[in-house]
Design a protein around this ligand. Sequence first.
Ligand SMILES: [Fe+2]
Length: 188
Amino acid sequence: MAVVKIPADNVTLTDARDVTTFLAARGIEYERWTPNQPLPADAPADAVLNAYSRQIETLKVRGGYVTADVIDVKADTPNLDTMLAKFNREHWHDEDEVRFIIEGRGLFHVNAGGSVFVLEVGPGDLIRVPRGTHHWFDLCAERRIRAIRLFQDISGWTPHYTDSGIDRGFQPLCFGPSYIGPMVHPPS
Ligand SMILES: [Fe+2]
């Protein structure tokens, strides 16, 4: 279940409806997906794509995505730090960043017009970050993520760095599955 934190306002959103509404207002689509059939933890990529084929096909039509794959990152993945260093600085893409998390956790920082919020995603979370959105990404402490990715054009999925330096002002701290924080809501 995704968690949103707005550091400048000292606000944390953990309720699904609050998270969905907050993200939608900033152009980011958030959904929860459940597999069409039981999915073993060690299921191969083909089985993963098959288990979510209905949702994937629906999203392809809606967003013009032409292909889907499964990315699998573990703490012992070779050159993991080099891979992560490409995405932990503020950047944007020419196409949407679409991720459905199967295992593990990740932390997106999103710069929405100068106001930065943090989105932690975990298993069952689908997010669709529109093209052009300024963001950066970190793994959580266990350095594990397995996710379905959808692409409009694989060749277009290149980070364009802003070099704003804004990312250096934020610690990539995940809340964790056991996080129990106060239910704080933003002022309406
Ligand atoms: Fe990105």
